[in-house]
Design a protein around this ligand. Structure first.
Ligand SMILES: Cc1ncc(COP(=O)(O)O)c(C=O)c1O
Length: 398
């Protein structure tokens, strides 16, 4: 990793007395974000006004930031662009991939996939008609379900509920061997574990930057298009900034070169400034070391919870190499237990129907944090502290 834990923990503006195990929903704010955003507001927007697009490099930001993300996900230079949300980028990827395999009609995914990916596939299929089909199988059955009629395999590498990790390289290789393309959602992978898109020969991938990359709520998403597809894949959302010459204002759309054609409209410049500051941390992180520490901390949480709180059932893989950077347990009152834990200073997540989910990031989570969290989980569950009206009442965002 970069420096020691105390140095990296210092880089984040985390409140005192909070053990934050929710960086897989929303990463904490890197302290440098404040100054960087202030600089964009004061030094760029307020002074340069419209000139900022040229003079402050706003127009080039999606390419420039995309190249910084590329390094974290094993992507080739100039194969990643930024903007919009992950949902939109996954829609673009799927709609661009299907016409590359025109004789086939099946999109294969799994029941562990994040619902937005499935909804957008259903929506796209409705638009396309022509007997397209979304085929869903259990996560462990995906490999066997890759058959010669599959057009596109579309998966989230790390299951948002259980943390189960698909084998990206093996599944992509099997998809290719049987004539299918592979699209990967990296929401729970980018910044959580080493990713090697080029090595795995992934065709498309997309991810968000507000989880493990810590770029803030609503931070822009990224989209990867393998170089071999970049000049032939077309976006279903041809916006003016994906045009070959946006400022020619042609009446007809002509795609820009490469992944640039996947840009749609005006990029979120201020959000991108926050992302740039967050990425400065990643320039110094050794992903292999981070992953080793993440597995160690996840293993520790599993061991301590299983020892002290037998009422919880582990639903994450026990083998760290088959898991992302999270640990999940099933409990019949998971929602209330998470609320009680948050009140007690341990911030985790509830995921329907019965999952207590804890995301772990070694940049700011220590062994001491894990031991304290496990102790508090034991108290909340064994003393029935979750059983209070204020913890049982569901909020809008769970
Ligand atoms: C795996 C996965 N895919 C897609 C999404 C949707 O992302 P967004 O709301 O940024 O479009 C999420 C959100 O948490 C996610 O976890």
């Amino acid at each position: 990793m970069i420096m020691d834990f105390f140095a990296t923990r210092q880089l984040f503006a985390l409140p005192e007395n909070i053990i934050y195990l929710d960086g897989n929903s929303l990463g904490p704010m890197p302290k440098a974000v404040m100054a960087r955003v202030a600089q964009t507001l004061e030094g760029e927007w307020s002074k340069l006004l419209i000139r900022g697009w040229n003079e402050a490099g706003w127009f080039e930001q999606p390419r420039h930031v995309g190249n910084r993300i590329a390094r974290l996900i094993g992507a080739e230079p100039n194969s990643v662009t930024m903007g919009d949300t992950l949902s939109i980028k996954m829609y673009q990827a799927l709609a661009a991939a299907l016409p590359l395999n025109p004789t086939r009609k099946v999109v294969l995914s799994c029941t562990g996939n994040f619902p937005t990916d499935l909804y957008l596939a259903q929506g796209l299929i409705k638009t396309l008609g022509q007997s397209y089909e979304l085929r869903l199988v259990a996560p462990e059955d995906v490999e066997a379900a890759i058959t010669a009629d599959v057009a596109v395999l579309m998966l989230t590498e790390v299951d948002y509920r259980t943390g189960r990790k698909h084998d990206m390289a093996a599944l992509t290789a099997k998809a290719h061997a049987l004539g299918a393309l592979a699209i990967w959602d990296l929401a729970h992978s980018a910044g959580a574990l080493p990713v090697d898109l080029a090595g795995a020969k992934a065709d498309f991938a997309a991810g968000c930057t507000y989880k493990y990359l810590n770029a803030g709520p609503g931070a822009p998403a990224f989209l990867y298009v393998a170089p071999k597809h970049a000049e032939i894949a077309n976006t279903p959302l041809p916006g003016w900034l994906g045009h070959e010459k946006p400022f020619a204002f042609d009446l007809d759309y002509k795609p820009a070169n490469g992944v640039e054609r996947m840009r749609i409209g005006t990029p979120p410049v201020i959000a991108m400034a926050a992302l740039e500051a967050a990425l400065d941390i990643w320039d110094h992180v050794d992903m292999a070391a981070l992953r080793a520490q993440s597995i160690k901390l996840c293993d520790l949480l599993i061991a301590e919870v299983e020892r002290a709180t037998p009422d919880l059932t582990l639903v994450s893989p026990r083998d760290g190499n088959k898991r992302g950077s999270q640990v999940s347990f099933a409990f019949h009152e998971a929602y209330a237990a998470i609320q009680a834990l948050i009140a007690d200073g341990v911030v985790g997540d509830f995921r329907a129907p019965n999952i207590m989910r804890f995301g772990i990031c070694p940049l700011y989570n220590s062994e001491a944090d894990i031991l304290t969290a496990a102790l508090r989980i034991a108290v909340v569950v064994s003393e029935g502290r979750w059983n209070r009206p204020e913890y049982l009442a569901k909020k809008a965002v769970t």
